[in-house]
Design a protein around this ligand. Structure first.
Ligand SMILES: C[S@@+](CC[C@H](N)C(=O)[O-])C[C@H]1O[C@@H](n2cnc3c(N)ncnc32)[C@H](O)[C@@H]1O
Length: 715
């Protein structure tokens, strides 16, 4: 949502066509054996000498689901562009790895057949993934013709790769290396090796070897405690928890202190704040001198309070969001009076669990930790970014407990195989194509504030055509359905998505947001097409019944109005009162003419083009009106009209009446609305109507809270 569409960018379409041509060409070789055989020495040498500093793009191959079971084959048994389902291939790495769109190295099979291996969705870590001598199992091998006419194995699903330890029974005898030398097999040797390698490549592998080398019980606890730290550093929080929990069953003293702290760190990262607080309280009780535990406990208590009450220190969040890049904030998700329920043919949606008022917080969700990327550097957002897919793949692969949040997300027509996300070989089956679809259909694009205190405009939503340089996945928010006449509005504070009601909503009502900003309603269906539904809201229906002639007329009148308003703003400072009066009259006439082009009442169908005209007119009048009571009076009349164009039902507000100013019903939420309320406040003040000015300021504050997520920074 709020991402750009490739169809608007001819260069991208051209690139997609090229990729399709290449794919079709490759598929014409399906079922054939590779024509050229790779000679081992030259293949390795040319790999080592190759200049890999070239730009690479990556296209998805024909989709295939993640495999669940496998039996052994050799490279010579493989044919091109074919999924050898139910089989696996053993390979040994011959060269150092290189990372482009995939992690790649030259590998060989047991018969010394040499070829390229490409592993997709492997995250950048301190450790190399493919190291010379490393032995891997590749499940469901897929032999692919590469763009340069050579061939290689392509692995898209991270769960299709199993990294073997040197002692593994599946390692063929021809590859037994010095690593399996009996003298080097002791756990102590590997533990020391692991410590030596800490922070460098091969740390994890050394620790795994240590555990695989029949350590004594006491050694085993220390090795697991060491490994839990490595897991924490690689965001494998589930695995870290398993290690520390097993250590905590038997240890005491310093080891227990360390283990409890690591347990708390893992729980904190998994946003399990209640359990985290419990672990830290136990730690502080048994080890009262542990200062780090006290600091962490106070953080965990704050997170738990946010999670359960929805009370955030938004000013602090703001400052953090402006400081951090990408702005991944350390705050908890709060789910307010909303829950997921079925909504007939529209799938699931969020429903209110109690009545809420305009501006109330419905929920505040943190982007799945790390599931937010700032793609500023790439300048182009084309939907689900490959980086985000890899982050998601890795996060779920390393933390199976998190798969439940993503498992049922909308994936359109893609059908994953049964058993996706099940645990096989100790790890969850991850289907990267399923996750790609999920990201395409559920991720949100957002903008971040440029720098602290520089917020002038709402940052969560922007007009069509503007870039949304960052992208993330908010799994709870992904359950919301679309309506152009939505009753909720999203904004962002860093990677926190804040969703508030923009109307008084009764209990058990559906919550909807705009997937895109329908400021230009004629275009929205084209953008919504990705989601394969037709929006049937009153605005879309009205749009269908509005002729192109009427739309062109509104546009023409709007352009003429803008010319007049420019003159009006310029003359505001000069003494040309007569010409100002004439500009005001002409502007009013144009708007009256535009008003006649609308048929349905604005309360049911907001009049967006007219709203822009009235709003800009009100702002221009406020600027020219400083000190001129008559212009301020006009600004008030026009400002109220502008808001009514958005469907607002406002009681009072006119000068001289003693009705005050009461919004009976809030209208369509538009970014410029805040300006309009501020203009009204200024104009009321200019006419000495300070009570009305206060009421307008109150409305501006509600509007600000909705559009920016909070009102703490309002002043
Ligand atoms: C991001 S998901 C929203 C949650 C989804 N309803 C679910 O069950 O997971 C987007 C999908 O919801 C459905 N949807 C959203 N808004 C809709 C609407 N106004 N009318 C019909 N279907 C809608 C479409 O199938 C769309 O592709």
């Amino acid at each position: 949502m709020n991402t750009l569409q490739a169809q608007d960018f001819p260069q991208i379409l051209e690139c997609i066509e090229d990729q399709k041509r290449m794919l079709r060409n490759a598929q014409s070789y399906a079922g054939q054996r590779p024509a050229r055989k790779n000679e081992p020495k030259p293949a390795v040498q040319s790999w080592l000498l190759a200049d890999l500093h070239v730009v690479h793009s990556s296209a998805l191959p024909t989709l295939y689901p993640a495999i669940l079971r496998a039996g052994k084959v050799l490279f010579n048994n493989l044919v091109l562009e074919t999924h050898h389902r139910g089989t696996y291939l053993l390979v040994r790495v011959l060269t150092p790895q290189n990372r482009m769109t995939a992690v790649m190295a030259i590998v060989e099979d047991e018969k010394s057949e040499v070829f390229l291996l490409q592993l997709y969705h492997q995250v950048e870590m301190t450790e190399d993934i493919l190291v010379p001598g490393g032995i891997l199992i590749i499940k469901d091998p897929y032999l692919k013709l590469t763009a340069d006419g050579r061939h290689g194995l392509r692995v898209d699903h991270v769960s299709d790769v199993v990294f073997l330890l040197a002692h593994d029974k599946r390692v063929p005898s021809c590859w037994h290396s010095e690593l399996t030398n009996p003298q080097l097999k002791s756990a102590d040797f590997w533990k020391t090796k692991g410590n030596e390698f800490f922070g460098q490549s091969r740390y994890q592998a050394a620790v795994e070897q240590a555990l695989d080398s029949s350590p004594r019980a006491d050694e085993c606890h220390i090795i697991k405690l060491n490994r839990s730290l490595a897991f924490l550093r690689t965001n494998s929080f589930d695995a870290a928890l398993v290690d520390v929990n097993s250590v905590l069953e038997v240890v005491n003293g310093k080891t227990k202190e360390k283990a409890l702290f690591r347990k708390a760190q893992a729980l904190y990262s998994l946003q399990r704040y209640r359990e985290c607080c419990e672990a830290l309280k136990a730690l502080c009780l048994d080890y009262p001198d542990n200062a780090a535990a006290k600091v962490k406990l106070s953080e965990a208590v704050s997170r738990l309070a946010e999670q359960t009450t929805g009370k955030y220190q938004f000013k602090k969040l703001h400052a953090e969001a402006a400081r951090l890049r990408p702005p991944q904030l350390d705050h908890a998700t709060y789910i307010g009076p909303v829950e997921i329920r079925q909504s007939g043919s529209r799938g699931r949606n969020l429903f209110t669990t109690k009545a809420v008022k305009t501006g109330d917080l419905l929920f505040c969700e943190k982007a799945g930790d790390n599931l937010l990327i700032d793609v500023n550097a790439n300048c182009f957002t084309s939907g689900a970014q490959p980086e985000l897919i890899t982050i998601l793949v890795q996060k779920l692969y390393r933390n199976p407990s998190l798969t439940s949040a993503v498992k049922g997300l909308h994936c359109g027509s893609y059908s994953p195989v049964q058993g996706t996300f099940d645990i096989i070989d100790g790890m969850p089956v991850i289907d990267s194509f399923l996750l790609t679809r999920i990201l395409l259909l559920n991720s949100f694009g957002c903008k971040f504030p440029e720098k602290a205190g520089a917020l002038k405009r709402p940052v969560g939503i922007d007009r069509l055509g503007n870039l949304f340089p960052s992208l993330g996945l908010w799994t709870f928010a992904s359950h919301m359905n679309h309506s152009c006449l939505s009753n909720a509005f999203r904004s962002f504070n860093g990677d926190m998505m804040i969703v508030r009601a923009i109307a008084d909503i009764p209990v058990d009502a559906e919550i909807t947001i705009q997937y895109l900003n329908p400021f230009n309603p004629q275009h929205q269906q084209k953008y919504i097409i990705n989601w394969a539904f037709v929006c049937d809201c009153a605005m879309c229906e009205d749009d269908d019944h509005t002729s192109d002639i009427v739309i062109a007329k509104r546009k023409r009148l709007g352009e003429s109005l803008q010319q007049l308003l420019r003159l009006l703003s310029r003359r505001g400072g000069s003494s040309g009162t007569a010409s100002i009066a004439s500009l005001i009259r002409k502007s009013s006439d144009l708007l009256a003419e535009m008003e006649e082009t609308y048929i349905k009442p604005a309360e049911g169908v907001p009049r967006l083009t007219l709203w822009v005209g009235y709003r800009d007119f009100a702002c221009a009048l406020t600027l020219t009106g400083a000190g001129l009571s008559s212009n301020s009076q006009k600004a008030i009349e026009i400002g109220l009209k502008a808001l009514r164009c958005l469907g607002f039902v406002i009681e009072g507000g006119s000068l001289g009446s003693n009705q005050g100013l009461v919004v009976k019903k809030w209208g369509y939420m538009e970014p410029g609305e805040l300006d309009c309320w501020i203009c009204l406040k200024t104009a009321y003040d200019c006419t000495g109507s300070h009570e009305l000015a206060l009421a307008a300021e109150g409305c501006a504050k509600v509007c600000y809270r909705i559009q920016l997520g909070e009102a703490e920074t309002f002043q």
